[in-house]
Design a protein around this ligand. Structure first.
Ligand code: ZN
Length: 361
């Protein structure tokens, strides 16, 4: 079956295909129900498929839709992998945990954020401590998220961005906008005031499904940064650490925002570092990677995220403009083209095989 057929045009279709593929592969399924509903009133859930024994010592986790709208990518890779027999012949003591749609609200509504308007990959901070500051975001907040979404407002925000770039550089602008902020709940890349449902769910899943695990690998599928179809293998393990070297052995060329080698800005509160802390407390060896596939240019992607934020706070989803902005954000995170999907699956499956071999070694 052509690879493209494993991709979906909606969360509901993706969920159906995932359930079918998991059942056909003989996986054990668990459902974590979301309190939210989809745009058609449909139930939402994070679905988990397990292949391999309970209590396995070595576990590979794959994760889709951390950034909801990016779930078209991760879901397609997960379903294509199951259809290709991934996880059917596992080494002894090894299990695979396929976590489908950890942010089902964002996937269903084609938003990057959760139902709380939170970027799940900025939410894994300790909310009992003072939250990270982002003064540059505060300075640019009304340009990043203008009250009107018109050509004039966009031109004005671009002028502010150009002035900021002239003074501080393009990387500083990217970090200001996308590095995460905790001061504007109705803004973009907002990290939240408390752990959101999706974070609690991911923590519950690793609490319930990894009894007996000693070594864990994780691949989290993302889109929106880098060249079309290219998979950037981003790790957040400190450069030179044992985990960093392990990731290099498993996956080949890796990047790290803190080392200045990634297309991503340096982040705080992402799930990789959040899980690394949890696994460290449990004495589990952890090797995690975000596999980030390129779609459109960075400016197009950031514009789509800002437009979608305006739409959900100030606009009308049913209007012609609303429909146009939803198409814009879908296109920013999902290239509905066969060659793009083939590139995704090929690189995703290679990373999964690398992780399985690494876990066994
Ligand atoms: Zn992402």
């Amino acid at each position: 079956m052509p690879v493209a057929q494993h991709f979906s045009t909606s969360y509901a279709e993706a969920r159906r295909k995932f359930g079918d593929a998991a059942a056909a592969a003989g996986a054990k399924l668990a459902e974590y129900r979301s309190p939210s509903k989809g745009p058609g009133g449909e139930a939402l859930a994070t679905d988990v498929a397990r292949l391999g024994p309970e209590g396995a010592e070595r576990v590979l986790i794959t994760l889709s839709a951390t950034h909801g709208a990016e779930g078209f990518c991760g879901s397609g890779i997960q379903i294509a992998s199951l259809a290709a027999g991934f996880g059917r012949q596992l080494p002894a003591g090894t299990a695979v945990l396929i976590v489908h749609a950890i942010n089902p609200y964002g996937f269903a509504w084609i938003r990057r954020v959760t139902e709380e308007n939170v970027d799940l990959n900025r939410n894994f901070v300790d909310h009992t401590k003072p939250l990270p500051r982002n003064d540059a975001y505060d300075e640019l907040a009304d340009a990043i998220c203008p009250a009107e979404w018109t050509d004039a407002a966009l031109a004005a925000s671009r002028a502010r961005f150009a002035a900021f770039t002239a003074a501080h550089g393009a990387a500083a602008l990217q970090k200001a906008i996308s590095g995460g902020q905790y001061s504007h709940p109705d803004g973009v890349f907002y990290g939240g005031a408390r752990p959101v449902w999706a974070r609690q769910t991911l923590e519950r899943i690793v609490g319930e499904q990894l009894t007996g695990a000693r070594r864990v690998g994780l691949i989290d599928y993302h889109t929106g940064l880098g060249p079309y179809g290219h998979g950037e293998q981003i790790v957040l393990h400190p450069g030179g650490s044992a985990a960093y070297r392990r990731a290099e052995q498993w996956f080949g060329t890796i990047t790290n925002p803190a080392l200045g080698t990634s297309t991503s800005a340096e982040l705080q509160g992402d799930n990789l570092q959040g899980l690394a802390a949890i696994f460290a407390r449990r004495g589990i060896e952890f090797t995690g990677m975000a596999l980030e596939y390129g779609t459109l240019s960075l400016n197009e992607v950031l514009d789509a995220v800002r437009a979608d934020n305006w739409l959900h706070h100030h606009g009308d989803l049913a209007s012609a403009k609303g429909k146009r902005l939803k198409a814009q954000i879908r296109d920013a995170f999902y290239c509905d083209k066969d060659d793009w999907k083939e590139m995704l699956v090929e690189q995703g499956m290679r990373a999964q095989q690398g992780a399985l071999a690494g876990l066994a070694g």
